[in-house]
Design a protein around this ligand. Structure first.
Ligand SMILES: [Zn+2]
Length: 304
C-alpha cells in the first residue's frame, strides 16, 4: 500500500507544479472579461473546488494523493464502508495520522488571498468551498461555508462528542509511538510507504465518552451534505447577484446544483477552470486557465 505524502520542503524541491494540470496562459481578453464581470456585481457568491488548492501542493480529486483526505484519495473512502468495517477505519486513520503534519501545514496561495481581497473590497457575499483544507480561513476569509465539511474536526458516530483534529493527533501519537518513524520514511519522490504490518498495528482512536468510532467531519463519497448546510447555501445563492466558480469541474451534484439554482434565478455565472466542467454549456462565461495566474492580477484592477 502506498500513500502519497509530500514533505514540508516540497516547494524547495520545485515539485509543486506537478499538481497543476497542463494549461494555457491567460489572454488579455480573458482578463478584461473577468474584470468587467467583477465590476458589474456587488454581491458575488464564490464557489471553489480542488483546483484552487493545487498550487498550495494539495492534489486535486483525480490525482493520486496523500490518502489522508477522503475526498481526494485515488480510491476514495466510501461512507458505508467506513461506518461498517473496522479494518477500513484502521487503514484510513493510519494514513490520516501519517499525512496530518503535512496536510495541516499547507499554506494558502495567491488565489485564496485574492478571494479574501475581493471579500474585503465588499464584493463577496460568501465563499462556498468543496475543499476540506481550511485554506480560505487561513487566508483570512470570514464567511466560508464548507460544503463537504472539514478535515479539522472529528466527530463520534455514536454520540455528540467531537474533538479538534490537531488534538486528536496528540492522542494518536501517544497510542502509536512506533508509528512516528513513518513520518521520516518520505522518499525523494514524495511517497511514503505504509506496510501492512504498520496498518495492522495501528491503534485506532475511539470516542472517550462511548468507545464509538470516530470520523472526520468530511462528507465522504456515498454520504449526503447535511440538509441544514444545503439550505444555508441555497439562501446564500438567493441573496447573491452572481456566482463566480473557481477551480472545480462541478462533477459532484452538491456543487452542480448551486449553478442550476443560480441559472433558474437568472443570475450571471462565470466559470474559471483549466479543464472542462459539467456546467460549461449553461454558464454565461467560461475562462480556461489557472486561477493563480489571473486572480491576483484581477484584484489589483477592480474598482472598489
Ligand atoms: Zn461517542
Amino acid at each position: 500500500m502506498f500513500t502519497r505524502f509530500i514533505p514540508n520542503n516540497f516547494k524547495k524541491l520545485g515539485r509543486q507544479i506537478v499538481y497543476v494540470p497542463k494549461h494555457k496562459p491567460p489572454e488579455q481578453r480573458d482578463f478584461e472579461t473577468l474584470r468587467e464581470f467583477i465590476n458589474r456585481h456587488q454581491k458575488i457568491l464564490v464557489l471553489t473546488g480542488a483546483g484552487i488548492s493545487t498550487e498550495s501542493g494539495i492534489p486535486d480529486y483525480r490525482s493520486e494523493e496523500v490518502g489522508l483526505y477522503a475526498r481526494s484519495n485515488h480510491k476514495p473512502v466510501q461512507y458505508q464502508e467506513f461506518v461498517k468495517y473496522p479494518k477500513v477505519r484502521q487503514r484510513y486513520w493510519a494514513r490520516n495520522f501519517v499525512g496530518w503534519p503535512r496536510f495541516s501545514s499547507v499554506e494558502p496561495n495567491g488565489s485564496h488571498l485574492a478571494i479574501n481581497r475581493l471579500e474585503k473590497a465588499g464584493k463577496v457575499t460568501a465563499v462556498v468551498t468543496q475543499n476540506v483544507d481550511r485554506l480560505h480561513q487561513k487566508a483570512g476569509s470570514e464567511y466560508v461555508i464548507e460544503l463537504h465539511g472539514s478535515g479539522y474536526i472529528v466527530k463520534c458516530l455514536s454520540c455528540p462528542y467531537e474533538i479538534d483534529r490537531t488534538e486528536l493527533q496528540e492522542v494518536m501519537m501517544r497510542n502509536n509511538p512506533a508509528m512516528e518513524s513513518s513520518f521520516t520514511m518520505i522518499r525523494p519522490d514524495g511517497d511514503v510507504e505504509l506496510s501492512k504490518e504498520q496498518v495492522d498495528e495501528f491503534r485506532v482512536p475511539l470516542c472517550p465518552k462511548c468507545d464509538g468510532p470516530l470520523k472526520p467531519n468530511i462528507v465522504f463519497f456515498g454520504d449526503n451534505v447535511p440538509k441544514v448546510r444545503v439550505e444555508q447555501v441555497r439562501s446564500q445563492v438567493a441573496s447573491s447577484d452572481a456566482v463566480f466558480v473557481l477551480g472545480t469541474s462541478l462533477t459532484v451534484y452538491s456543487s452542480y446544483r448551486i449553478i442550476l439554482q443560480a441559472k433558474e434565478e437568472n443570475k450571471e455565472v462565470v466559470l474559471l477552470n483549466i479543464g472542462p466542467t459539467r456546467a460549461d454549456n449553461i454558464v454565461d462565461i467560461k475562462v480556461s486557465t489557472k486561477c493563480g495566474e489571473i486572480l491576483p492580477k484581477l484584484c489589483n484592477s477592480i474598482d472598489s
